[in-house]
Ligand binder design. Structure first.
Ligand code: UQ1
Length: 451
């Protein structure tokens, strides 16, 4: 076989690490805090040490215009996860442990690191209150804490995920992503349902990536025949809160064709609300619908962190209210945002950050120096969509759902066609370049390496 999958034994072994005492997957932004008078002043305070936070902080530092502790990063996490890799964990292609690093090891010593949550923003006073009550002052604030995955948004889900006997799993989280592949292996017959919620999520293509890999696995195991799904041991349904397979018309047409050709039942505008035993309940246009399942892959609803949503920085939906093209806050000129926490109306991916970060950094530094540079973010984002083992459809697009294909432009190939070369980009190159370069501020995505 041309692809190497991790054995079930290795997956099972990795599962024991879930309960390792040193790890806490939940980003706890505590609200109760002792009063403290400690005040710290920084030129730039960056909220979040995720993909956007690390890229932006290090790109700022690499301009050479900042001294020791001029820039601070605030994040309560102990670990940094390469989240795009969790689909590969779901497919048995990587372990979750190899995708994470201790956050502090990724932060340049020239940056001040507050390993703490945020309690409140007071932008009128250029001040952030940390979870421990300390206050931090800034000239410019970059708010990039990502979004929260709300497992509690679906009744019965936390219990089902925690139950080792229930074939209910999710690639959306460190604690659960390594339950996905063993579950796929365990299912020998019956009905598998893969869900996607209505509303904004990280990487809108990932819910179906999990399904396409599972389908391919069952096909190889002789349990699923795409040409004859009715006679197959396993039946597959895709239940999505959205009206289509994908939000961009060009790629949606290919994926919808693929769904039909592969015999997958489409339950559109079906938004999962509850899991109970072997029954899933969906909110659908005509009212609630229940569906029996033998295996369920769930994508929970996601939304802004409370400390962003309940702050003066948020728009009505709770995202940091920035201009679509400049990444600058609409009301507070010294506040910026990018990535998942931002209001930027594009698909939430690491690829989007490769295009957003340089715009934010150039404009912020220009502003500190009294200049007004004019780079614009065009909405670029990408979804390397695994359609089977060994093939990826590299969807790349900008605002308006308009394709902006890197390799289409260079080599004249159609990225609507799943290809082996893109599979290796997704599985091997992106995880490597991410830790080697992107978190250090030297990766420009489709534009290649930057200084
Ligand atoms: C990218 O730069 C990147 O970051 C490492 C990804 O990781 C998740 C991506 O998925 C994509 C698509 C890019 C964009 C880069 C190229 C070369 C198309």
């Amino acid at each position: 076989m041309f692809h190497s999958r991790i054995t079930q034994a290795a997956c099972a072994a990795s599962r024991t690490a879930i309960n390792a005492p040193t790890f806490s997957a939940t980003r706890t932004f505590a609200t109760a805090a002792p009063v403290s008078s400690a005040a710290k002043n920084h030129k730039v305070v960056v909220i979040g040490g995720g993909t956007a936070g690390l890229s932006i902080s290090h790109q700022l530092l690499r301009t050479g215009k900042f001294a020791q502790d001029d820039i601070a990063i605030v994040d309560p996490s102990e670990w940094h996860n390469y989240q795009p890799g969790w689909t590969l964990v779901g497919g048995g292609l990587k372990t979750k442990e190899e995708l994470r690093r201790p956050l502090k090891t990724l932060i340049d010593p020239k940056l001040k690191f507050y390993n703490n949550g945020v309690q409140a923003f007071t932008p009128a006073d250029n001040l952030v209150t940390l979870a421990n009550g300390d206050t931090v002052n800034y000239e410019h604030l970059v708010v990039v804490p990502g979004i929260a995955v709300n497992f509690n948004s679906i009744k019965g889900l936390p219990e089902a995920l925690a139950n080792p006997d229930a074939l209910v799993s999710s690639i959306y989280g460190y604690d659960h992503c390594d339950k996905v592949y063993p579950n796929i292996n365990r299912l020998k017959k019956g009905r598998a349902i893969f869900t996607q919620p209505a509303g904004a999520i990280k990487c809108a293509g990932a819910p179906q990536k999990a399904m396409w890999l599972a389908l391919d696995h069952w096909k190889e195991a002789g349990l699923y025949d795409p040409a004859n799904p009715a006679q197959s041991a396993i039946k597959i349904s895709y239940a999505t809160g959205l009206p289509t397979m994908f939000g961009v018309p060009k790629y949606n047409a290919e994926l919808e064709k693929m769904r039909q050709e592969r015999g997958v039942e489409g339950l559109f505008q079906h938004d999962l609300v509850a899991v109970e035993g072997n029954t899933a309940t969906f909110a659908a246009p005509g009212g609630q619908v229940t569906q029996p399942f033998d295996l369920l892959h769930v994508v929970p609803k996601m939304g802004p962190h409370g400390f962003v949503k309940n702050s003066p920085l948020a728009n009505e939906a709770g995202f940091v209210d920035v201009d679509d093209h400049t990444t600058r806050h609409k009301k507070f000129a010294n506040v910026w945002s990018a990535g998942d926490a931002s209001s930027l109306p594009t698909s939430k991916t690491a690829a989007a950050v490769t295009a957003q970060a340089p715009v934010l950094v150039e404009r912020l530094v220009g502003s500190l120096e009294g200049r007004d540079p004019q780079p614009l973010y065009d909405g670029y984002t990408s979804c390397p969509l695994l359609t089977e083992y060994g093939k990826v459809m590299l969807a790349e697009f900008k605002y308006g759902g308009v394709p902006k294909e890197t390799f289409g432009n260079w080599f004249g190939i159609d990225q609507g066609v799943p290809r082996k070369a893109f599979y290796h980009l997704k599985k091997d190159f992106f995880p490597w370049v991410y830790y080697e370069s992107m978190v250090k501020g030297t990766w420009g995505g489709p534009k290649g390496w930057r200084n």
